[in-house]
Design a protein around this ligand. Structure first.
Ligand code: GDG
Length: 466
């Protein structure tokens, strides 16, 4: 088995990976099985003139190598091209996208710098797995340096339709750089179709069966690899003695209250204002839920240096305040808004105690919260998942109540339907969803991607190996 080299924006601490979620566990497991290196940003920013040497730590056969960003890289590469250009473009939000040559140059330059660092770590038989929008051109930068090993790329966020992508200056360069990879993976068929439609319209790609794509002298395999969760572990945490205690104390504190739970980074892609409006509409259309149902929204702060994130936070706080002022009373708070991170164990217990998991992004690559909510339920008396059709997860989780997050009335009616749903239907839906989530967990995702990468045809094989 080849050694694995992973590159992603951030690197998980492998000694505590279980706490940080499934992705870190799955990548960690692949690295431990094969031995290898995990490369990424340390999270530190160094000022001009300060040393920016990599930090290396090793645990058994896995080494993590992290580098700081310079102040200018942090502003222009990370908070610039990644967060202010690519993130909004890939979430269909051209209105929020900022285009600047300085951002683009820094994005290219930082990826080139990372490539130089990674090249030093490589052995001839390694395979490389690069993650997400921060690092799209990393593969082509590695190729420029003569790297011939197999390289795969996985995009965690949506691939937008051509009509949106072509508004991005230098989009041809960006997409062309994907052809440096041997395998490119997307979350959904929609994303893969968007990618292929872009290539079709640009007209310089030959399409072969099994999504093999030829452009110039390069061959690339494209595929759909929906990311999953560590389902067994999350279900276990949700049913631990500590969770039992949390669930019990929540019942004692608010007897009979139907809790609707939302958990998201406070990001404009997650549809949070739309969600609060839909809950308010539920109270208008079905007043029997006043004093009887509450929306609990955990909104972990994120990217607070970017204006659009300040705006979304203010809008959410305004809406929450207004609805609580209008409907709340001494005994009942309609919306409980928690603007900080909650520990993972507690989250699992809160999911289990909630009658509805409300996951209504206006655009989302996959959405892992939807999957976590389902497996945290008590299979004999489960809650209901209400899921946006614009989450990648909706492509497979078809037994959820699928809604259009922009249609306030539709979401409100879905909430009502979920709240009155008979136990037998809830069990039936939960069983079907749980089976899919268990069968396609994060370990299968990791294995499927790496197997496909190892079997991908590549025009970069070192001559003596072909
Ligand atoms: C990107 C794509 C894709 C959230 N709040 C807290 C907390 N969380 C955890 C959740 C979940 C994770 O963070 C969020 O994952 P999502 O999938 O929902 O969203 P993104 O962060 O946007 O991730 C997304 C994903 O990559 C994987 O490919 O699904 O579409 O955008 O695990 O539970 N965890 C804790 N406290 C919180 O307050 N501990």
């Amino acid at each position: 088995m080849s050694r694995l080299v992973v590159a992603s924006n951030r690197v998980a601490d492998l000694s505590v990976a279980k706490q940080s979620g499934g992705l870190a566990v799955a990548v960690g497991e692949a690295l431990r099985q094969r031995g290898g290196v995990w490369f990424g940003w340390s999270g530190d920013v160094v000022e001009d003139g300060e040393p920016d040497v990599p930090t290396t730590t090793s645990l058994d056969n896995v080494t993590t190598v992290t580098v700081p960003l310079s102040r200018s890289e942090f502003e222009n590469y990370y908070h610039g091209f990644a967060n202010r250009t690519l993130w909004p473009v890939c979430h269909y939000r051209l209105d929020l996208a900022e285009f600047s040559n300085e951002f683009l140059e820094s994005y290219r330059h930082t990826n080139a710098r990372f490539a130089a660092e990674i090249e030093k770590l490589l052995l001839p038989d390694d395979i490389l797995w690069i993650h997400d929008f921060h690092l799209i051109p990393l593969g082509s930068e590695l190729r420029k340096r003569g790297v011939t090993q197999r390289i795969g790329f996985f995009l965690h966020i949506p691939f937008p339709p051509i009509e949106i992508l072509t508004a991005t200056p230098e989009h041809e360069w960006l997409i062309d750089s994907i052809f440096a990879y041997d395998l490119v993976g997307f979350q959904t068929q929609t994303d893969l179709n968007n990618f292929k439609r872009y290539l079709l319209q640009l007209g310089n790609t030959t399409f072969l069966p099994l999504d093999r794509l030829i452009c110039g002298d390069r061959e690339l395999t494209a595929g759909v690899f929906p990311v999953g969760i560590d389902a067994d572990h999350f279900a276990e945490v949700a049913h631990s003695p500590q969770s039992d205690r949390i669930v019990e104390s929540m019942k004692v504190r608010d007897p009979g209250l139907a809790l609707i739970i939302g958990v998201d980074r406070l990001d404009y892609s997650k549809g949070l204002p739309e969600r609060v409006r839909a809950f308010e509409r539920l109270l208008e259309l079905h007043p029997e839920w006043r004093n009887a149902a509450s929306l609990m929204q955990v909104a972990q702060p994120t990217r607070e240096d970017v204006d659009a994130y300040v705006d979304i936070r203010e809008e959410l706080e305004r809406l929450t305040g207004a609805i609580n002022g209008r409907y709340g009373n001494f005994d009942w708070t309609p919306v409980r808004y928690i603007n900080r991170s909650v520990e993972r164990d507690r989250l699992a217990a809160i999911f289990r105690a909630s009658r509805i998991g409300l996951v209504t992004p206006v655009r989302d690559g996959m959405n892992l919260v939807a999957k976590e909510y389902v497996v945290a339920q008590d299979p004999d008396d489960p809650g209901v998942l209400v899921l946006s059709k614009f989450a990648g997860a909706a492509e497979t989780l078809t037994e959820a109540l699928i809604v259009n997050p922009f249609d306030t009335d539709e979401v409100a009616e879905a909430l009502h339907a979920a709240l009155i749903m008979h136990q037998s239907e809830r069990k039936h839906r939960n069983y079907a969803l749980r089976t899919k989530i268990n069968n396609f967990d994060v370990f299968k995702w990791q294995k499927d991607f790496l197997t496909a990468l190892e079997h991908s045809r590549t025009s970069y094989l070192i001559p003596e190996r072909t």
